[in-house]
Design a protein around this ligand. Structure first.
Ligand SMILES: Nc1ncnc2c1ncn2[C@@H]1O[C@H](COP(=O)(O)OP(=O)(O)OP(=O)(O)O)[C@@H](O)[C@H]1O
Length: 360
């Protein structure tokens, strides 16, 4: 990757019971999800990037060096914004005043996002005169994100920005984050352990465990790797990028196409033909058949080829990677099923997909 157009981050730091040792090369635009279990070091890594956590290493963002050898830009000189669970707004200032607070400090020639644009992106038009204590949790977080953007950062760090919100508020705010994803030209690093959020927002993913990177790369490809620890977990899933192509009103279903494959989904009135969507297919919802049985209830049967079979994390389990057209899938099976079907790499099979979630 051309470092002028990406992020290079290498950090080492140590606490009493924990050591972080990571090397990352990330794209210079789009959303990178930092994903991993609680305590694996995601926040520590963001703090290193922000210069809040002293660490040995190097940090270069789209050609600008923030840290190298003995040189380290202090926190307040790093042009980044940091949004976390509870990014406190100033309680005595209205929404508009909160937004102006950071905006005013940026010279007008250096502003990359203008006030009205941020207000529009985060849907704050009708909230500008309100005081923070009269906002819902989701609204407060939208204001916090707009305020962060108005400082014209060159990197946006988001540490579980939705984790303090209830499910309904999360669902309300996600479309705004998606819109940001489509409009922002700066890179965003988004920490989450919610697979749905990652599936919906990220282009790129970094998986971490015990202070180390276990896998990194484009989202779709990386999630479908059998050698990353997540593949063996209960919520392991792949992402399929598809387009809505039709609808069956009688059965309340809609049809999505990816490559030359088609898949039926539960109808959603917000979808129209031509809409691009992201589907999340859990590995535990994918089973394998040798023949195309029509006498079973699963609607989605796709021809596929077995690519790889690995032992799962639990004894007696296996993870199978398959490809249908060009799209990879994972299937979690019992080792017994693998043996009974005599599965082996290269074999032509049928994928049975029990359920699919639309995540974006
Ligand atoms: N200042 C500190 N001093 C000592 N140990 C620390 C310090 N900060 C973090 N740790 C430890 O480092 C490890 C990584 O913490 P970190 O907060 O980075 O994890 P995380 O992946 O962000 O977790 P979560 O998802 O729960 O927020 C944890 O074991 C934590 O207890």
């Amino acid at each position: 990757m051309n470092t002028a157009m990406g992020i290079e981050a290498r950090f080492q730091c140590r606490f009493e019971d924990f050591a972080l040792d990571v090397t990352l090369t990330l794209p210079g635009t789009g959303v990178t999800a930092l994903f991993g279990h609680s305590g694996c070091g995601k926040t520590t890594l963001l703090r290193c990037m922000a210069g809040l956590q002293p660490a040995q290493g190097r940090m270069v963002v789209n050609g600008e060096c923030w840290q190298e050898d003995d040189f380290s830009l202090p926190v307040h000189r790093r042009p980044l914004a940091y949004v976390f669970q509870d990014t406190g707004l100033f309680p005595h200032l209205s929404v508009a005043q909160n937004l102006h607070y950071g905006y005013r400090r940026i010279a007008s020639g250096a502003r990359q996002i203008d006030f009205d644009q941020a207000v529009r992106w985060l849907g704050l038009e009708r909230l500008l005169d309100r005081m923070p204590q009269k906002l819902s949790g989701g609204e407060r977080q939208r204001v916090a994100i707009a305020r962060a953007l108005l400082t014209s950062p060159r990197l946006l760090l988001m540490d579980e920005p939705l984790s303090a919100l209830d499910d309904a508020s999360k669902q309300d705010i996600l479309p705004y984050l998606e819109r940001l994803h489509d409009s922002l030209s700066i890179p965003v690093i988004y920490v989450s352990h919610a697979t749905g959020e990652v599936a919906r927002l990220a282009d790129h993913i970094v998986m971490m465990a015990a202070g180390k990177v276990t896998a990194q790369g484009p989202l779709q490809e990386t999630l479908a790797r059998t050698d990353q620890p997540f593949a063996g977990e209960d919520d392991a899933a792949v992402i399929v990028k598809a387009t809505i192509t039709g609808r069956d009103d009688r059965w309340h279903l809609c049809l999505a196409e990816f490559g030359d494959r088609q898949i039926w989904l539960r109808d959603d009135p917000r979808l129209s033909p031509g809409d691009p969507i992201r589907l999340q297919v859990l590995a535990r919802d994918v089973s394998i058949a040798l023949n195309r049985h029509r006498d079973q209830s699963i609607q989605n049967l796709l021809p596929a080829r077995v690519e790889e079979i690995r032992q799962g994390r639990q004894p007696g389990t296996a993870i199978v990677r398959l490809v249908s057209g060009d799209t990879p899938f994972l299937s979690q099976l019992t080792s017994r099923a693998v043996e009974q079907l005599a599965l082996s790499p290269g074999m032509a099979v049928w994928l049975q997909i029990k359920s699919v979630a639309i995540v974006g």
